[in-house]
Write a protein that binds this ligand. Structure first.
Ligand SMILES: *Cc1c(COP(=O)(O)O)cnc(C)c1O
Length: 394
């Protein structure tokens, strides 16, 4: 049976009433027959029936044993880091999500956790950074906004050989395309705010572990620290996940179409999309994922912040906002938005050009999206313009 069919039929009907949509169990506590004798639930921080359904779907989606839901992606990341203790070291990918960087540097550092950042697109860099204190390797692939690819299987082998856990932030690919646990990772985290939710209407996070024991450890922190996802948001997330495979298929098709359009445009310098054969991570992305995702980044020939700002202000369908993965297309300018706090020299060294523009390609008709980009380009003064081929969407 195909995974999409399996996914839809794994969402149970309510055992109590037969409701096809799992009810939102909006309750804090549960009546007990006698102390400790209950129907499996005693207090909603510890466990809630709506959240429990979400957690089991998440575990199935990522092919893991345990799913654990949190109030945000950051809370999910935090729950994994709570397994560390003073003196432990982490080897993390250098272009790590800004919020994770802040958590490492401004929260965990003061507790004596040291993080070494490396370019994980070359697995030997990960290997070289490991010491006897390394407990955790942390990667994202594809990474934001340069869409660099890291080889999950190769890094998982390095982790195993050195007794470290590997955690993959799978937000960008989503489990519809990439299943890190099957490639050897121990944990997956998600900002479910993005593709899993898919409708820009909630903030949520997930952790999925490969083995049960590790799952129990993370679940302990979920209950002990309390950053849980509420029943209503759990329900919204289940509803988002039901259409995940379908949405991702269209995000990928449209992103590929747009990336190919951009590649031919005279005002564009570089297009960063793993689905293009020119992308350095293309073959690894092809090996480890079923598709290349819905995010496309590109830089302009006129590599100035001003040119990029004019462009992102000129699009209409691509709305200017941070975040990604929703049904409506978004555009952002990392150098002045998400990556503003990173010093320009370091930013450029990691491939974020002054004019780099990131698109989160939504579910509008791709030809309309290309027309929107065309119009924004026409507002830029394009020097040396040459005619470019128009491709029809298929
Ligand atoms: C957004 C994001 C996060 C943080 O998730 P929130 O739900 O915003 O807390 C973590 N990792 C990646 C890759 C993200 O894009």
């Amino acid at each position: 049976m195909h995974s999409t069919t399996k996914l839809l039929h794994s969402i149970p009907v309510d055992p109590l009433t037969g409701a096809v949509s799992i009810p939102i169990y909006q309750t804090s506590t549960f009546v007990q027959e006698a102390p400790g004798i209950n129907k499996g639930f005693d207090y909603s921080r510890t466990d809630n029936p709506t959240r429990a359904v979400l957690e089991s779907i998440a575990a199935q989606l990522e092919e893991g044993s345990t799913g654990i839901a949190f109030g945000s992606g950051m809370a999910a990341i935090d729950a994994v880091l709570k397994m560390l203790k003073t003196g432990d070291e982490v080897v993390a990918i250098d272009d790590i999500y800004g919020g994770a960087y802040r958590l490492f540097e401004q929260v965990y550092k003061k507790f004596g956790v040291k993080v070494i950042y490396v370019d994980a697109s070359q697995p030997e860099n990960v290997y070289r950074a490991i010491s006897s204190r390394t407990k955790l390797i942390w990667i994202e692939t594809p990474i934001n906004p340069t869409l660099k690819i890291s080889d999950i299987e190769a890094i998982a082998k390095i982790a195993k050989a050195n007794g470290c856990l590997l955690c993959v932030d799978n937000t960008f690919a989503s489990p519809a395309l990439q299943k890190p646990l099957s490639l050897g990772a121990d944990l997956v985290v998600h900002s479910a705010t993005k593709y899993l939710g898919g409708h820009c209407d909630l903030i949520a996070g997930l952790v999925v572990t490969k083995d049960k024991e590790l799952g129990e450890k993370v679940k302990f922190f979920q209950n002990a620290c309390g950053a849980i996802l509420g029943p209503l948001d759990s329900w919204l997330l289940i509803r988002g996940i039901e259409t995940l495979p379908l949405r991702i298929r269209q995000h990928c098709r449209s992103a590929q179409f747009i990336a190919e359009f951009l590649e031919l445009h005279p005002a564009v310098d570089r297009v960063l999309y793993p689905g293009l054969k020119t992308h350095p991570g293309h073959s690894i992305a092809k090996k480890q994922a079923k598709g290349f995702g819905g995010i496309v980044s590109f830089s302009l020939k006129e590599d100035t912040e001003q040119a990029a700002i004019s462009f992102v202000s000129a699009t209409n369908l691509f709305q200017l906002a941070e975040s990604l993965g929703g049904m409506k297309s978004l555009v952002s300018h990392p150098a002045t938005m998400t990556h503003k706090t990173i010093p320009p020299v370091r930013r450029r060294a990691s491939g974020v050009a002054n004019s780099l523009i990131r698109l989160s390609v939504g579910l509008e008709e791709p030809e309309d999206l290309v027309a929107d980009l065309e119009e924004a380009f026409s507002k830029l003064e394009v020097k040396n313009s040459r005619p470019h081929a128009k491709t029809a969407y298929v």
